[in-house]
Design a protein around this ligand. Structure first.
Ligand code: F3S
Length: 289
């Protein structure tokens, strides 16, 4: 029996890079014993966050948290892949922290665009979810007005000042089709603006690959947290293609009884599933069937 692991199973490039950065910092700091913090949980995965906690990494959620730390304890703060506002980085440095920036380069590119375009006189439109940390971070790189549009309905209602120049960007995880719809509505309204497509295709690639794999295999295993909406979506996509699709959180949930006829098993995983869990499942299936 053959087991095929989807190439883009689990962490996207930016999240993997951020998680790796934390482990690198843990190694680096072993000698000097300085404290390590992440600004917000590095990833929405309890096991990873717990593992990091056990290795002494603490989570701070705000500048107020950072200020409350005694000067002697102010070590390194790692910025996660979502990125943060410019003032957060500056304030952390002013407080005496060393800042290690693990912002995903695709998000960083949005920060740079927003900074440059707002300095050139444009107001910024972010197509994305207000309140999402990535959107809040992007907002914080503009020196001019920022508008956030979450839906086509909001785009229909949108109005800015006469003659105001706009630069439109999107949250990286925003649906590309919806982004296009919003841009089209704004264009129809005749706004004077430039559009920078900053949607990241990591999710789409993972889903397309899962669909293609599920269509080829006899059994499909999807690994990810119970509350992970992107894993549920992966499961639904795979289930449409392969009737024998299993949704598991860890190896412990896998109670496979495979018919003799099964030749090909496919495995994929949601965006916040760590590699070791994927490997465990993959090895188990390889060895036991
Ligand atoms: Fe991941 Fe970076 Fe895209 S964090 S989803 S690779 S923007």
């Amino acid at each position: 029996m053959e087991v095929i692991l989807a190439e883009h199973a689990g962490f996207c490039f930016g999240v993997r890079r951020a998680v790796d950065t934390v482990y690198e910092q843990i190694e680096k700091k072993k000698e000097d014993g300085r404290s390590i913090y992440t600004f917000g949980p590095i990833i929405h995965n309890e096991e990873v966050v717990r593992d990091l906690q056990e290795r002494g990494v603490k989570v701070i959620s705000s500048l107020a948290d950072a200020e409350a730390i005694s000067e002697a304890e102010r070590g390194t703060v790692i910025i996660r892949s979502h990125g943060v506002e410019r003032r957060v980085c500056e304030s952390l440095k002013d407080l005496g922290f060393e800042v290690v920036d693990a912002t995903c380069p695709f998000v960083k590119r949005i920060h740079t665009t927003v900074e440059k375009e707002s300095e050139a006189g444009k107001s910024i439109v972010i197509v994305g979810n207000a309140g999402h940390p990535e959107v809040e971070g992007i907002r914080g790189w503009s020196c001019r007005s920022v508008y956030i549009i979450e839906s086509v309905e909001e785009a229909e209602e949108f109005a800015c000042k006469e003659g105001e120049k706009l630069c439109i960007v999107s949250q990286t995880t925003f649906n590309y089709k919806k982004f296009q719809d919003v841009v089209e509505i704004l264009n129809k309204k005749g706004y004077n603006g430039s559009v920078v497509n900053t949607v990241c295709n990591a999710t789409e690639v993972r889903q397309a690959e899962a669909r293609e794999l599920a269509a080829r295999v006899d059994v499909m295993i999807v690994i990810g947290g119970n509350h992970s909406s992107n894993t549920r979506k992966l499961y639904e996509i795979c289930r449409q293609e392969c009737r024998m699709t299993y949704y598991i959180q860890t190896l412990g949930d896998l109670h496979l009884q495979l018919p003799e006829t099964v030749r090909l098993v496919g495995i994929t995983a949601g965006a916040s599933t760590p590699n070791n869990i994927i490997e465990e499942v993959q090895n188990y299936v390889r060895i036991n069937f």
